[in-house]
Design a protein around this ligand. Structure first.
Ligand code: ZN
Length: 108
């Protein structure tokens, strides 16, 4: 279940989740997601769990390192939390965020 009330995010087809590998994410970073207004959809491969990190969540978690690669984040993710199974085997996909989002990159 998506954790964002108005989200249209659904778990991708099982075949897509099976075939997922980190190379698919390419060089995308948190900055890419924030710029394009994508949520990060995290799908556990061991249980039916689906987690959505909205752009807001991403900004909160990675505010000071927006250039971290999504692939590096995904490699460290696991299915945690109350309903989590604890597996480290997760697939991640971009999902166009359903809410309003605009982001101005901070000056450096
Ligand atoms: Zn799980």
């Amino acid at each position: 279940m998506p954790n964002h009330p108005s989200s249209t995010l659904q778990r991708p087809p099982e075949a897509l989740i099976r075939r997922f590998h980190l190379g698919q994410v390419g060089n995308d970073t948190v900055r890419t997601f924030l710029t394009k207004g994508y949520s990060l959809a995290i799908c556990c491969r061991e249980c039916p769990r689906l987690i959505e990190w909205t752009p807001e969540d991403l900004l909160e978690k990675f505010e000071h390192r927006v250039d971290v690669k999504i692939a590096d984040i995904a490699a460290r993710l696991s299915c945690t939390g109350v309903e989590g199974c604890g597996s480290k085997d997760v697939a991640v996909f971009p999902h166009l965020f359903d809410g309003a989002w605009s982001w101005t990159p901070p000056d450096r």
